[in-house]
Design a protein around this ligand. Structure first.
Ligand SMILES: [Fe+2]
Length: 264
């Protein structure tokens, strides 16, 4: 399995505290069946700054330690970038790291709302052939209240990643129901651990896939696993055509009902 969102790099953020913890987390990931990890330390979230050069340096060091231990896991560089002013500038000046040098960017929204600039950012990046992946949309209050808000971002070209623990119910039944609902609506493209430590936010991906298989079928599990593979290979992510049609249909229905209201 491939995990596309994690805080395994030590001394960077609220993830691994030191090298010992980072190695233990890698062992935990290995035991869960994970073989590739994208390291995504927080960047510009108001608390942590982890520029691209720093990420690359620590990823290289971690990989060499893992090789010394003969642990068959490879860590790739990335960042979890909080949406902020000047994001495009910071991309230009090399401060920002895309996921494993691909065309995919892991973008974090604030937990309370969706800033009005998000759609512009998604669009501007798409002109540069960069596709945004919204990190854990289920934890955004505006999306949780109204999942149509996520649908709108997906329509603008974004992709979305759920947290494994939200899917398994470890974060509560409400979050699990929302997560599965977002999957059913084909608004989700990846599942990832967002691992921060060994206990409260561990590397545990297999259990979330088991839950999805049980509740939504094995085809969806294969879809998520395949997308993670595609991401690290910098290939196009497959989106569900039927879902796209439904989004288009919903929007048309909204436009038409708006027109009828205006005529009345
Ligand atoms: Fe994260």
């Amino acid at each position: 399995m491939i995990d596309i969102h994690s805080h395994i790099l030590p001394y960077m953020d609220d993830g691994a505290k030191d090298w010992n913890m980072a190695i233990s987390m890698a062992k935990q990931a290995y035991a869960d069946g994970i073989r590739n990890i994208v390291a995504t330390p927080h960047h510009r979230n108001g608390r942590y700054m982890n520029e691209s050069f720093k990420v690359l340096e620590i990823v290289e060091l971690l990989n060499s330690k893992l090789r010394e231990l003969d642990l068959d896991i490879t860590v790739f560089p990335g960042q979890e970038i909080r949406i902020h002013d000047d994001l495009l500038h910071h991309l230009e000046d090399g401060e920002i790291q895309l996921l494993h040098g691909s065309r995919y960017m892991l973008l974090e929204l604030p937990s309370s709302n969706i800033p009005s600039t998000v759609e512009d950012v998604i669009y501007e990046l798409s002109l540069m052939n960069i596709q945004v992946i919204i990190a854990h949309p289920e934890r955004n209050a505006e999306i949780a209240t109204n999942p149509d808000r996520l649908e709108r971002l997906i329509e603008f070209g974004a992709l979305a990643q759920l947290t494994a623990q939200s899917v398994t119910g470890e974060k509560g039944g409400k979050l699990q129901r929302l997560s599965l609902d977002l999957c059913k609506r084909s608004l989700i493209h990846f599942i990832a651990t967002d691992a921060h430590d060994l206990v409260s936010r561990p590397f545990q991906l297999s259990r979330s896939y088991q839950v999805i298989e049980k509740k939504l079928g094995s085809e969806m599990v294969n879809y998520f696993k395949d997308n993670a593979k595609r991401l690290v290979g910098n290939l196009e992510i497959t989106t569900n055509e039927a879902a796209k049609e439904r989004v288009r249909g919903n929007n048309l229905a909204k436009v038409l009902s708006g027109m009828f209201r205006a005529i009345k």
